[in-house]
Design a binder for this molecule. Structure first.
Ligand SMILES: [Zn+2]
Ligand SMILES: [Zn+2]
Length: 322
């Protein structure tokens, strides 16, 4: 069995190559993901918890079994807990259960004080065999639910790293197209500033964008700019080309825009966009970083251009598109 890396909202682990990322919801403190293959699936959930009031894991486990029973009852099926024991998941004491629901389930739950989340991790199989065992072991051995390093996001054949302060604020995964918005927001008495990184890709690009995929300037104008303006709620975005360079054997084009708006309080924003066609995955990737600040007009404009540039460059150097 071959494995690939997967990272989402501060959880990082390896999964069998054939697994598909089919569902997700929530954010880094309260969320869930579902990964599926033909005969098995992984469902992971996490929630914030109060360290002083945390219930024993056995209670969390009992509640889950109750929920499973409720689901099973509708289908006239029975849930059986076959085993319950202590386990260890990435330095955390965990509760491990073997449940027949009637799928063969291996359930792990634990509190992660470092990331202040409680995790419930379910592996479900049609048949639990040697391969299933290996799979569970690999996932758990590679699993990281907290750490000091920057967040690694690794999904759908591409990966990147962002500082921990960036949170996933919006995402959409559709056929042939997916996007992820990560935002780092700061509020102070006089100003509100935000940094965002917006990643989007388009699949089967040589087919869907037959006439423009080789001319990215045209592609942006024709297929993307409108969406980008909508995404950032900024109608004034006008991208002007600043640079073309190599990026992992692809030709990458960099564009920039600055906008200002507002009367009594002024919002100024800086945008950098990098767009390239990755022949290996036949995707057009387009990444837009924005730094914006809103404050009363009496304040002088501090452009923060250097910071903005560094954010974009750090991000791009971490990005793997194929
Ligand atoms: Zn942890
Ligand atoms: Zn590539």
């Amino acid at each position: 069995m071959k494995f690939k890396k997967f990272g989402w909202n501060g959880v990082f682990f390896q999964i069998p190559e054939q697994m598909r990322f089919t569902r997700q919801g929530g954010n880094s403190s309260n969320g869930h993901i579902v990964l599926e293959a033909e005969i098995f699936m992984i469902e992971a959930k996490w929630e914030p918890y109060d360290q002083k009031k945390a219930k024993p894991l056995s209670e969390v486990g009992a509640r889950l079994v109750q929920e499973m029973e409720k689901q099973a009852k509708k289908k006239k099926q029975i849930v059986k807990v076959l085993r319950k024991e202590d386990a260890l998941v990435y330095k955390h004491k965990a509760l491990y259960m073997v449940v027949r629901s009637p799928a063969e389930e291996r359930v792990y739950m634990w509190y992660c004080a470092e990331s202040e989340r409680v995790f419930v991790w379910r592996f479900a199989f049609g048949i639990f065999d040697e391969d299933s065992k290996k799979m569970v072991k690999r996932v758990l051995n590679t699993l990281r639910c907290h750490g000091d390093e920057a967040d690694v996001w690794s999904l759908m054949n591409f990966s990147f790293t962002v500082p921990r302060t960036f949170l996933l604020t919006e995402t959409k995964m559709a056929v042939g197209r997916a996007h992820y918005m990560l935002t780092d927001r700061h509020l102070s008495a006089f100003a509100e500033s935000a940094k965002s990184i917006f990643i989007e890709y388009f699949s089967m690009a040589n087919l869907v964008y037959e006439d423009t995929y080789k001319d990215l300037g045209k592609w942006l104008e024709k297929n993307y700019l409108k969406d980008l303006r909508k995404q950032f709620k900024d109608r004034k975005i006008k991208l002007r080309p600043v640079e073309a360079r190599r990026f992992k054997r692809h030709k990458m084009e960099i564009r920039q825009a600055t906008t200002t708006s507002g009367f009594s309080s002024r919002r100024s924003a800086l945008y950098s966009n990098a767009t390239w066609y990755c022949a290996r995955t036949n995707r057009i990737y387009t990444v837009t970083a924005s730094s914006s600040i809103r404050r009363p007009i009496v304040f002088k404009r501090d452009s923060g251009e250097e910071d903005h540039k560094n954010m974009m460059e750090d991000f791009l150097s971490s990005f793997k598109c194929h």
